[in-house]
Write a protein that binds this ligand. Structure first.
Ligand SMILES: [Zn+2]
Ligand SMILES: [Zn+2]
Length: 809
């Protein structure tokens, strides 16, 4: 055989697969019943904002191993690919590169597609989609109209996080420590008319993870993001302005201790409350300077800031007026954006009271005590009792909470309530590179939807697309001016575009029917392929993207467009990929593109290295050696298969390799198919190759070689195909996955013979995995053996692994 040369064999097989349509799967004919053996294998689609990085290399290689394995174990596998090509990442890349987003995006897509083919990933390219393509976003717009008609999309003025650098609104989740997650600029607060999806309509259902095979930490992240809590809504009244301000609290038992009241700076009542007071200017200045940065603002250790509004509200329990403050430690995104402050029983309220010398009143104490130590006593259990709480004093805290809410309910000053952290999803962006929102504004008719027949509202190619604080499309008069679809009068288009998370909230459904020109997808096809059986991607998308996609799925199910309510049956989050100990990121400049590695080592060794270095769901650190090690392994496999092919096979002996091969089949099948343990499967094949290398002339050497090649195929498809050919076969990609012969598998248990002074005294079933110590322990624990030991001292134990223990007394 020729020496192993990845650059010769890889393009050759890629051509073969392409010509054979090896990984394309046609849609079933209408009326085909559901196929329980279908497998929808999907990885999160990339932003084509540059080249791929090693994290993508990992994600798509995992998907590739899964799809090869599923196909070869008899499943009908759909594994598509597309581009999340609208939105900030692509637009910012274009701005940096000085080009137009469309040209830049399409160039990047061509480049990445070519790389994906070079990596040998088994993708059904007939299903390719791109978010920025009009035949895709036409349906994004159409779905928006359906949600709007169903009352699940609406427009309203609301406080938003504004990135002054990106010149656009950010979701709360896109603000980290008060800064824009994408560019690092300090985020400002603004009040803007915005479009929202009513995600909160599904808050309860989004908390139901029944039947989903998701890692516990992902479920926990979503639960936390949705943030359901039970408690009460209490009304604090501002008599002088005739305003009721509701607050949500999980601790209604402490209402008698509410000595002041705090509003978030973004709360809509703040300007009204401060109006005409001596503090007005100070309040408005404070509001202007505080924004975003939820994580930082709620940090208990951060020094509290705030201003008094000059107004008071009435504590509904005590009837006392309490001062109303504005402080940024209260967030709009939790509860009602206002709190009753109970400094005796809340750490942050306590810190605030200390800072501004506000009264602290203890209303809950441990059982048997009259007063608690001052400062944030925050239990809520039966062992605490209410004090200083009028007629409720003496009650255990939970019982007191119930009684107080019932009492306030009768006085119309409170009720039991559930609160969610989840907010409706603001999805309009003052940016150019996104799907236009199909809405026009008419002086006579108001907000009018663009008729379905007029979709798509095509995003015009404009020269000056740079963000400038208002939507760039607004400057394009020709595009903006439109005839009102209702009255035929003059109207103007909505100039804002959709967040790219809208595009990615339904793309997995479009893959099921990507060329449909009459609908986003045929329900029958979505129901045939969906839900996604294996979803792979970054844990960083566990909240926004995966919540939005679940919201879309549920809303579309309620609109009768799909027959299932959860988009992703299984989810696997992968770890961070590091190189030489540093997290790879563009900002650190230590990204090495997978192209370079594939050029240097070939696709197969790089693919193997991605999965061999450690468990795929944990962070991994790459070094040159990781790749070189895999090159050595592939060369060794190549050489040994060559030796097997050319060696004259003996007719006698053998058997050991057959057993080893079947053991390896069993292990690799379990590792890939059930345990999702991709690294240990490679190690098992390596062991088999080692065994094989010791006796390439054994009568079963060929079987062992075929097995090794067949099992490594999902990882290293090119070299496997080449070696499969050398072994006299063809089309390994569609060859059935090998099945282990049970009778050849090493038994997991054996009969342990126990002797005392050389005489057999007992027999036990023991596990082959037991250590010598464990075998001795089991032997000594036997009652029959104990009877023969008769209290004598054990002088020595002799272990014959897999057979016996002899106890010498
Ligand atoms: Zn920014
Ligand atoms: Zn009109």
């Amino acid at each position: 055989m020729e020496p192993y040369d990845p650059h010769a064999i890889e393009p050759k097989w890629q051509r073969v697969w392409e010509e054979a349509g090896a990984f394309a799967v046609p849609n079933p004919d209408p009326g085909t019943p559901p196929n329980p053996d279908k497998r929808y294998v999907l990885e999160q689609l990339p932003y084509p904002s540059g080249t791929l990085h090693m994290g993508h290399m990992l994600v798509y290689t995992i998907g590739d191993v899964r799809s090869h394995f599923q196909r070869r174990t008899g499943h009908e596998v759909m594994r598509p690919m597309g581009w999340d090509s609208f939105g900030l990442p692509a637009e910012n890349a274009a701005i940096r590169g000085g080009g137009h987003p469309r040209e830049m995006t399409e160039r990047n897509i061509d480049h990445i597609r070519a790389f994906m083919k070079r990596a040998g990933w088994a993708i059904d390219w007939d299903r390719e989609i791109a978010a920025h393509s009009p035949d895709y976003y036409r349906w994004t717009q159409w779905l928006f109209l359906k949600l709007y008609e169903a009352g699940l999309a609406y427009r309203k003025a609301s406080p938003v996080n504004w990135c002054p650098n990106d010149q656009t609104v950010l979701a709360n989740e896109q603000v980290k420590d008060g800064r824009c997650e994408r560019c690092g600029a300090v985020v400002e607060a603004r009040n803007l008319e915005q479009w929202f999806f009513r995600t909160t309509a599904y808050a309860d259902e989004l908390l139901d993870f029944e039947g989903l095979q998701w890692p516990e930490r992902i479920v926990a992240m979503q639960r936390n993001w949705i943030g359901r809590s039970e408690g009460a809504e209490l009304i604090f009244r501002v008599d002088e302005l005739d305003i009721d301000i509701p607050v949500f609290t999980t601790r209604p038992d402490t209402v008698f201790g509410a000595t002041f009241f705090v509003l978030a700076p973004e709360h809509e009542l703040v300007p009204r409350l401060a109006a005409g007071t001596p503090q007005e200017d100070e309040v408005l200045e404070y509001v202007r300077l505080s924004a975003g940065g939820s994580a930082e603002r709620v940090d208990p250790d951060r020094e509290k800031t705030g201003v008094f509004t000059g107004r008071h509200a009435v504590n509904p329990a005590t009837g006392e007026p309490v001062p109303i403050w504005v402080s940024d430690y209260v967030l709009m995104e939790y509860g009602t954006g206002a709190i009753m402050a109970v400094p005796a029983h809340d750490e942050r309220d306590f810190a605030f009271a200390q800072r501004f010398e506000l009264p602290v009143r203890t209303v809950v104490v441990p059982e048997g005590e009259e007063s608690a130590e001052e400062g944030a006593f925050v239990e809520h259990s039966d062992s605490e009792r209410l004090v200083n709480s009028g007629e409720f004093s003496g009650l255990p805290a939970p019982e007191g909470a119930r009684a107080i809410v019932e009492w306030l309910e009768q006085r119309h000053a409170g009720r039991f309530a559930v609160s969610f952290r989840l907010r409706d999803w603001g999805f309009s962006r003052q940016r150019y590179w996104g799907a236009p929102i199909p809405i026009v504004y008419c002086d006579g008719c108001g907000v009018v939807t663009v008729p379905e027949a007029d979709l798509p509202v095509v995003l015009p190619d404009i020269e000056d697309y740079l963000p400038k604080g208002k939507a760039p499309l607004e400057s394009n008069e020709e595009w903006m001016r439109v005839e009102c679809p209702k009255c035929g009068g003059e109207a103007r288009r909505e100039a804002e575009t959709m967040d790219t998370f809208v595009d990615s909230s339904w793309y997995f459904l479009r893959y099921c029917d990507p060329h449909n020109e009459r609908a986003p997808f045929e329900r029958e096809l979505a129901d045939y392929w969906g839900p996604v059986d294996y979803y792979q991607g970054g844990v960083d998308h566990a909240t926004m993207h995966m919540i939005y996609a679940r919201f879309f799925q549920k809303a579309l199910a309620d609109l009768g467009m799909v027959g299932f309510r959860e988009p992703f049956a299984r989810f696997h989050g992968n770890g961070w990929v590091q190189y030489g100990g540093a997290k790879m990121s563009k900002s650190k400049g230590n990204t090495i593109s997978p192209d370079e590695f594939v050029d240097r080592y070939g696709a197969d060794p790089v693919r193997l290295a991605m999965l061999f270095i450690g468990p795929a769901d944990q962070d991994m650190d790459f070094t040159e050696e990781a790749f070189e090690g895999m090159v050595r392994f592939v060369r060794r496999l190549w050489r040994i298969v060559g030796e097997v092919v050319s060696a004259p096979a003996r007719s006698d002996g053998g058997g050991a390799l057959t057993r080893k091969a079947h053991e390896t089949i069993a292990k690799v099948t379990d590792d890939i198919g059930r345990r999702e343990s991709f690294n240990t499967a490679i190690a098992a094949v390596m062991e088999l190759v080692n065994e094989l290398s010791r006796d390439v002339e054994a009568p079963d050497a060929r079987f062992a070689a075929e097995t090794a090649v067949s099992l490594i195929q999902p990882y290293a498809p090119h070299v496997s195909e080449e070696l499969w050919g050398a072994l006299g076969h063809e089309r390994l990609w569609e060859h059935p996955w090998p099945v282990a012969d049970e009778s050849q598998l090493a038994r997991e248990t054996f009969e342990l013979v126990i002797q005392v002074n050389g005489k057999v005294r007992d027999r036990l079933e023991a596990s082959v995995g037991d250590s010598e110590e464990q075998l001795v322990e089991r032997a000594l624990a036997s009652e029959r053996v104990q009877a023969h030991l008769d209290g004598k001292q054990v002088r020595q134990t002799i272990v014959v692994p897999g057979r016996l223990v002899n106890i010498v007394v």
